[in-house]
Design a binder for this molecule. Sequence first.
Ligand code: FAD
Length: 444
Amino acid sequence: MTSIVWFRDDLRLADNPALRAAVDRGEPVIGLYVLDTSEKVRPLGGAARWWLHHSLADLGERLRERGGALVLRRGRAREVVPQVVQDAAASAVFWNRRYGGPAREMDTALKARLRDDGVEVASFAASLLFEPWTVRTGSGGHYAVFTPFWRACLHLPAPRAPLPEPREIVAPQTLPRSDALDDWALLPTNPDWAGGLRETWEPGEIAAHRRLDAFLADDVDDYDRARDEPAAGVTSGLSPRMRWGELSPHQVWHAAAASGKDTERFLSEIGWREFAWHTLFHAPDLHTENLRREFDAFPWPRPHPAALHAWQHGRTGIALVDAGMRELWHTGVMHNRVRMVAASFLIKNLLIDWRRGEEWFWDTLVDADEAANPFNWQWVAGSGADAAPYFRIFNPETQAQKFDPQHRYIDRWAPDWADVPPLVDLGDTRRAALAAYDEVKRSR
Ligand code: FAD
């Protein structure tokens, strides 16, 4: 009898408990990936689709090298998974857990349905170090502030050691039908805007480990000192790897511990990733609803498409913002400090709703993540968990002087910055934003 491993955001062979459980069962194994078209699932952005294509190609290849197989299907996962179980005459399905609202509902319903059909189903913890419901306040609730959240995590049993990758996987003699990856058209054509992504990234599990090793060998020593400097290049660059599960947080955690270096600051950033998921788990509408409901009273002015367009394309005339937005367009990522500055500028100088920025990042980031993206947008907006106070408005010029004093980052990404006239006056717009915020204060 065959076992199915349903891969989702865990595109790896090593430290994959679902795959390990299937292989240990001693029966033939099929890997399955479903491009989910369910209405409730947020469609992937363009950059994410690009990454997914390459990461799936890599996963399929690595499974085949070990004797396994990857079946691709497009459709509503709720219908597709039972269909593949039937096509393969499978007797067991394994997956690693997801933590977003619609995904959890779907997984719960599927588990019940498959079990009713007599299929063995098991799910595993693999994508977070601490599953959201295991981290509780003294009174049994969830956390709204990072520092006590992370302290509580660090008092829980330490994350388990990563599992080795299976050396051999046996596929059944006949496989159920699979779509061809190319037919999913995940890659952009006409125009092909992915040249910068190809230059920057090599998706896949092996490359992910290479980057983790290089980061711990060469960069982590400077992380604490220089992580806020966008030109320093000392951050890990692991966010898309973890977004797609080419690396698990357990692997990162244990590799950091084994490096013998001071990795506390770096691991606390992994803690922010955990906190974003903790928050999403308890607020599944994070990308559409203000976490702090008093922000519903914020008087967003009428939409201003030209200003949004200028921001998206790095033509605001504010050097650090434009550099960041162009880095994003070219590479599919943006340095964290610059993400904060660019987001603050959109919300507090252009007075554009944070949701419009979140949507643009969702479409253009290769690490666009259901939890981290809206969580951080709301953090900047002031409406989120443990958020920056609204009245603390980043001045992008002061930020540039402080974190890019020699203009190394700005000259790399926006060398023409001095030729673009500023879209708005930073002082005037700052005052307008604070006046608008008074409405939120009044509504409390
Ligand atoms: P490092 O500094 O090396 O950090 C290590 C890892 O910790 C990262 O790979 C990431 O997994 C995690 N991490 C670090 N900072 C954060 C954070 N603030 N929140 C959550 N996780 C964090 N990160 C995403 O992974 N996906 C997103 O969609 C995303 N959207 C963002 C939107 C805005 C407006 C802002 C301000 C930040 C956003 N971030 C997002 C967080 C952060 O900018 C990136 O994780 C980081 O820049 C990735 O670079 P790195 O891997 O070199 O980070």
